[in-house]
Design a protein around this ligand. Structure first.
Ligand code: IMP
Ligand code: MG
Length: 187
């Protein structure tokens, strides 16, 4: 297959530099505290691994898996918890780590759900955000990059489970999206 990437949006060096900055900011903001990073599987895994290793305050990790999509590229607004946290979060400082905020529906559900467990604090750190697509109002304390309304892959983000392992954020060609979509239909 020809190169499936139409355009590189964020090169590896820019990713590394921005993750460093976010980690520095988070470490300063939570100085003297212990932090629980809650990663949203699977897209946030690469970002969270890099971020967590650069944060200098003591940091525990936990994960949630949710399904939010009716189709592969459009949020349905219906969110189901596929895997819940292993730990209690009452009284703890929780930072949700996300790969991308698109409509915001997934996170707004997660926020409501986690808030009801009474953490000491609850904030969001997302690598990417597409403000043009937002359908709900969400306050996100840490944002890596604002990107245009394009479907992106790499550094954890997939299309039909492909391209997560790319070390940059790229825009898929329409051709690659069609092929990945066909394969998914066969599953
Ligand atoms: P939301 O509920 O619409 O905000 O959807 C958020 C989730 O959809 C993200 O955590 C991603 O898993 C997925 N998603 C949204 N946009 C993209 C994209 O451009 N590439 C890959 N995954 C995306
Ligand atoms: Mg995600």
């Amino acid at each position: 297959m020809s190169d499936p990437i139409a355009e590189i949006l964020v090169a590896p060096e820019r990713l590394t530099a921005r993750v460093d900055e976010l980690a520095r900011q988070i470490s300063a903001d939570y100085a003297g505290e212990e932090l629980l990073l809650v990663g949203v599987l699977k897209g946030a895994v690469f970002f969270m691994a890099d971020l967590a290793r650069r944060i200098t305050v003591p940091c525990a990790l936990d994960f949630m898996a949710v399904s939010s999509y009716g189709s592969s590229t459009d949020s349905s607004g219906v969110v189901r918890i596929l895997k819940d946290l292993d730990t209690e979060i009452e009284g703890r400082h929780v930072l949700i780590v996300e790969d991308i905020i698109d409509s915001g529906l997934t996170l707004s559900y997660l926020l409501k759900n986690l808030r009801s467990r009474k953490p000491a604090s609850l904030e969001i750190c997302t690598l990417l955000t597409k403000p043009a697509r937002r359908r709900t109002n969400i306050t996100c304390r840490y944002v890596g990059f604002e990107i245009p309304d394009e479907y992106v892959v790499g550094y954890g983000l997939d299309f039909a489970e492909r391209y997560r392992t790319l070390d940059f954020i790229g825009v898929l060609t329409a051709e690659a999206a069609a092929v990945a979509g066909e394969d998914e239909a066969l599953l």
